[in-house]
Design a protein around this ligand. Sequence first.
Ligand SMILES: C[S@@+](CC[C@H](N)C(=O)[O-])C[C@H]1O[C@@H](n2cnc3c(N)ncnc32)[C@H](O)[C@@H]1O
Length: 424
Amino acid sequence: MQKTHGKILLVGFGPGAAEHMTLRARAAIEESDVVIGYSTYIKLVKELLDGKEVIRKGMTEEIDRCIEAWEQARQGKTVALISSGDIGVYGMAGPTYEILLQSGWTPESDIQVEIIPGATALNAAASLVGAPLTHDFCAISLSDLLTPWPRIARRLEAAARGDFVVALYNPKSGRRTKQIVEAQRILLQYRNPATPVAVVKSAYRKRQDILRVRLDEMSQCDIGMLSTVLIGNSDSYWQAGLMITPRGYHNKYQDLTGELHAGERAGRSLSLGLEGWPTALKEFLDANPEADLQSAANRFDLPLGALLTALTSRTGDSLESGYQVQSANRTQLSTLLEQYRAGGKLGITLGCHSALSTRISLDGTALQIDAGQLLLDFEESRIQLDLSKVESVWSVSNGKQEQSLHLLDRHENSLLQLSRKLAD
Ligand SMILES: C[S@@+](CC[C@H](N)C(=O)[O-])C[C@H]1O[C@@H](n2cnc3c(N)ncnc32)[C@H](O)[C@@H]1O
C-alpha cells in the first residue's frame, strides 16, 4: 500500500567496502522504495537493491538527483539518496536541503528528511596509512568547478600557515591537472619539502592503492578523481611505513611514559598554554632587552596585537625590561596624536613585515589629521593612513624614556607606529 508521507534518507555509505557501511546506512537503503545515486555509488551497493526502483545519474547531475528525490518523496515514497563517505562532506546533503528549503519545505513538513552519517574519505585514507590525523587537521577540496580558485588558494595558504594536517579532496581529474601543482607550491612556502604525504586511491575498494611520498614529490604522483591526499604537519613523520602525527606528549613529557619536562604539570595546560605563554613572552623580553615588540611578535609568530594583549593580561608579573602597555580607545586617538605632534622628533615605523620595516624620523609638526586621514608630509613625500582602518590603538612605554603609539588593523597587525622620547 502506498504511504501518504514520503521520506528522504540522505545516506553516506562509507568509503566503499560493505563492512565499513554502518548498520543504519544499510537499513536505510533496505527500507527505501527508490535509490538515487551516481552510477559508481549504485554499483557499490548493488547487493542491497533487489526489488527497488534505481535511478542512476551522472556526475554533473547533482541538482537533478535532489529534485528527483523531492518529487519521489512527494508521491509518498521513501527515497534514499546515496553518496560515498559521508553525504554531508562535499556531498548531496547541502544541495538537497537547499532545494527543499527553496521549494517551501520545512523540518515540520510531512516529508521527513534524515541524514545517515558515514566514514568520510579522510577517515578511510588515514586508517590505511597510520595515524596522520591525531592533531588539528582540515579538508580542502581542489575542485574549482564551483569555488573560485583565489578562495581555494587562500584556504591552502591559511592551512599551511596554521600548520594543519591537510586532507585534499578532489585533488586532480582528467581536466583539472594544474591545481595539485599549485597546491604543492603554496604549501611548500610554509612546509618542509620532506613533509610526509600519503596519496590514497580508492580506499577500501577493489583498486585501492597507496603512495607514501614527500611534499616536494606530491604533484608528480599518480593522483586521480578517486584519490585523497593527506599532508602531514610540521611534526608528522613516516616510520615503518606509517604516517604519524604526534599528539603533543613530547611538549610535556621526556618520552611517552616518562618524566615531565621542567615547569610542566600533569593534567594542566602547558607552560606555553593560554595562561602561561604571556609569562614566556615577558621572560623573552626581559632576556632580550634589545628586542622590540615587533620582533617578539615575529618570534612567537603572532600578530602584534596578541602580544600587546598578553602584556596587559597579567598585572602580577612586572617586566624587568619596563614595558608598560595600555589599550586606548578610538576616541582618545586624536588627543594622543596631538601629544605626539607637539612632542618634537618622531620615529615612524611602517607596516609589520618581519623581513622589511621602514623607519623614518620626522618633526612632530609633519603629522596632520585631515578628513579621517593621518598624514605625514615631508620634503616631497607623503605617508597617508586611512584612520577608519585602525581597529585598535595601544600606548606603550618601554622604560627607556621612550613612548610609542601603535595603530593596528582588524587582524591585530601594525599599520603604523609613532615613537617619541620622553623628557627627562
Ligand atoms: C565529491 S567528494 C565526495 C566525498 C565523500 N562524500 C566523502 O565523504 O568521502 C569526492 C572525493 O572524495 C574522495 N574520495 C571519495 N571516496 C574515496 C575513496 N574510497 N578513496 C579515496 N578517496 C576518496 C576523493 O578525493 C574524491 O575526489
